[in-house]
Design a protein around this ligand. Sequence first.
Ligand code: PLP
Length: 411
Amino acid sequence: MAMINENYIKLPGSYLFSEIAKRVDAYKAENPDAAIIKLGIGDVTRPLPPAVISSMHKAVDEMADEKTFRGYGPEQGYNFLIEKIIEFDYAPRGISLNIDEVFVSDGSKSDTANFQEIFGLENKIAVTDPVYPVYVDSNVMAGRSGSLGADGKWTDLTYMPCTAENAFIPQLPNEKVDLIYLCFPNNPTGTTISKTELKKWVDYAKDNKSIILYDAAYEAYIQEDDVPHSIYEIEGAKEVAVEFRSFSKNAGFTGTRCSYTVVPKEVLGYTASGEAIELNKLWNRRQTTKFNGVPYIIQKGAEAVYTLEGQQQIKSLVDYYMTNAKIIREGIQSTGIEVFGGVNAPYIWLKTPTGQDSWSFFDKLLHDVNIVGTPGAGFGPSGEGYFRLTAFASKKSTEEAIDRIKTRLKL
Ligand code: PLP
């Protein structure tokens, strides 16, 4: 008899986006002419930069010629891409990395979900609340979560609330935790962390032999000076942190799939008998066994991000979305609603007005002005009373949405 991993049935269905779709469909059925604008999803809408497209075209032609055809590539990624990653994303910030400390992969979603696999089940996991759900669900699947309480929290996870009261900066936990998921710039709150605050986490991790799993998928959106682009800008972080980066949000690769994960050789985990083991070795073992690399054509596309034109083109993509973020942020602010994020991230996190819960505000926005956003409660208990809008729609739709909110939303 085939027994299943029962941790999977502990997981509630993906309630958030299916519930959103259900409510939008019901509204559309009754109001077929409503021009609904979606500012809910975290997916980009602008096409891939021309430099990426032209590089991928060339790579396609190479695959058609037996002299340049490529079969299986290195599971860790081609050196031509890893060298560029180190040269452009790390060296200018004074961070030196070896080729074998960077692992190219098909997405930060898969890497942030899979990385927990190389750790024992006894580790205590800490997550911010609200949170990108992948960190939590992947640990539930593995069996580290305990059970889901009526308060919406898993009994064995440590939650670090991030709300307006603490300026969305997670406080160090009172109890000892082993694996800490941090994401800055943050999805969903759109807020960031200063170097001083991040240093506290690095010091905590060093003191407790913990590991920080640092998701920097939105790094390209950072505009302000004191915001770290990489956790390795913090002294000592190379001993305790793994960093996840993606081409999804800076270069429009959400459907093309390419990302990378940095695992410095200095980061150590321990056996029960106290022997120190390099996480780099374990992750390399895991990837070479379970992953066969990102397609050559895609890695060639990603490489083009680092050309002069590529750099200019991704900057204008980010600028495009950040202009939307500004339109949303300033427009919402002008209505008197409290707004966070949107300065160094494509997400705007607002406090639902008049004490409404986040689903009531969702309904209000949908019914009054035909705009779809994401209720904060869907990202964790501390997201209740908040609401996320994203800057990824077209500028025209974004302007139209904000105009509607300003003129027609009855608070
Ligand atoms: N990490 C965070 C915080 C995200 O919000 C997302 C996507 O929305 C991802 C990772 C996924 O990135 P990728 O497209 O590289 O899988």
